[in-house]
Ligand binder design. Structure first.
Ligand SMILES: Cc1ncc(COP(=O)(O)O)c(C=O)c1O
Length: 439
């Protein structure tokens, strides 16, 4: 929100619309053509039926401009956007650069309200509970640093939370004297959701004020029972902050049903939005008591927009989210999740036949989706990752955690079966070669 964007000479709405219309046509791409084609291809079929329909997914693979000389299995970092989304971003950037105040602040910036509504509809919550942010780090830090805590107050996290989020709590330990309790859990966790909830519950004390955990971890892709933990916390007056960086648009859920207090997301991961997009959900009753990272006027105390007072910023980024939502909805989140599970089963079925390979992600669909990790006994993960790139031009990162290590595999809906098979074969070769020559 620009505090004074209503001041000064306004360009007429008709002039502005004319300007955008011209730019849209000049790009030569209709923003609805590709999503409409994709939606048409799946008409009347279940997500299980389309998961293995290569003709259907071919259409989606073609919607991206990629370098296919290498295989990108690190979409967990950030995903390429489909062309139609990237075109929207470029169009809005070009327009902004012509007249930043008039075209960007006056005309494009109000588009954030459509994005807010679109996100809220997709996530199933009230639009007045959604703040548009630049990533999950910012979203989660607003919650982590915005909740009043006194010295001695306790926060429970897991030791598999995202590094920056742990660092943020650790700063509050140094600055505010709070106490941080980190729980641990095995991967995969033998007792599933019940064990995860029980481990958190066992760490609660009368001083616990906040529980922070991932909806799905970025390490092994373990999905947490958010509603169960949120209910347990609420019954004790404890706030829940859920890191949904990898959850939104990866698999379906309803924010309303999760019942947590705060939920942070990166939209440049699974929604395929341009890099530099995220959102924060704040349950309505918490808006007033949560301080914004960058101060806002008291008039905004109860307004979710107080978390968007970030100064001059590109409107192009957040407005292109509207296009990413259309692309996502043309496929449908159920269909996307089913495909992600199908791709993951394709490599997992093969690799788990190797005696030294262990999959660190549960097969249970309630506990995982398309992000998974494997480890190979006797071969450092870093060595496998390096060989995948050096010898096979495959990107799959190694992750070393104090309690386990492995290769994280994150394909995306543009990934072809052939790419998955090439990856599985490359791992088989590395494992065989290294087992013969472990030096
Ligand atoms: C679980 C988790 N939380 C938070 C983040 C931070 O996301 P961003 O870098 O988009 O702010 C990430 C990034 O990968 C993540 O995996």
């Amino acid at each position: 929100m620009y505090p004074n964007y209503k001041e000064g000479a306004m360009v007429s709405r008709r002039e502005l619309l004319h300007k955008v219309g011209t730019i849209g046509l000049a790009s030569g791409i209709s923003s609805v053509a590709i999503p409409a084609m994709i939606a048409g291809g799946a008409a009347g079929r279940t997500s299980a039926e389309t998961a293995s329909d290569e003709v259907y997914w071919r259409e989606i693979q073609q919607a991206f401009t990629l370098d296919r000389t290498f295989i990108n299995l690190n979409n967990g970092f950030a995903s390429p956007s489909p062309r139609v989304v990237h075109e929207a971003l470029k169009r809005y950037l070009d327009l902004s650069n012509e007249a930043p105040y008039t075209y960007m602040a006056q005309m494009l910036e109000p588009g954030i309200e459509s994005v807010r509504r679109g996100i809220a509809a997709e996530a199933d919550c009230d639009a007045e509970e959604i703040a548009i942010t630049r990533n999950s780090s910012e979203a989660l830090q607003i919650a982590q640093l915005g909740i009043d805590l006194k010295p001695g107050d306790e926060v429970i996290i897991t030791n598999q939370d995202y590094g920056r989020m742990i660092t943020t709590w650790e700063q509050r330990v140094r600055r505010d004297g709070i106490k941080l309790t980190k729980i641990s859990f095995p991967v995969p966790v033998p007792g599933g959701h019940a064990e995860l909830a029980a481990r958190i519950e066992a760490a609660i004390t009368p001083r616990t004020r906040v529980i922070h955990f991932c909806h799905i971890t970025n390490l092994t892709g373990q999905i947490f029972p958010v509603q169960r933990i949120a209910r347990m916390a609420r019954a004790r007056g404890i706030k829940t902050i859920v890191d949904g960086a990898h959850a939104f648009a990866h698999f379906p859920y309803s924010l309303r049903e999760l019942e947590c207090d705060y939920y942070g997301v990166s939209l440049h991961k699974w929604l395929l939005a341009p890099i530099g997009n995220g959102f924060l959900y704040v349950r309505r009753e918490n808006i007033r008591s949560t301080w914004s990272l960058q101060p806002a006027l008291p008039a905004l105390d109860d307004n979710i927009r107080k978390f968007e007072e970030i100064g001059t910023h590109p409107a192009a980024n957040h407005n292109a989210v509207a296009e990413a939502l259309k692309f996502h909805q043309a496929i449908g989140c159920e269909r996307r999740a089913a495909r992600m599970r199908y791709l993951r089963a394709r490599w997992q079925d093969r690799l788990e036949k190797l005696p030294t390979v262990k999959i660190l992600t549960s097969r249970d669909p309630a506990q995982s989706c398309g992000l998974a990790m494997f480890t190979v006994a006797g071969i450092p993960a870093e060595k496998i990752s390096r060989q995948l790139w050096d010898k096979h031009r495959i990107v799959a990162i190694s992750i070393v955690h104090p309690e386990f290590e492995g290769i994280r595999v994150t394909p995306n809906i543009y990934t072809t079966l052939d790419e998955i098979d090439t990856f599985a074969e490359a791992v088989e070769r590395i494992v065989r070669a290294e087992s013969r020559d472990p030096a």
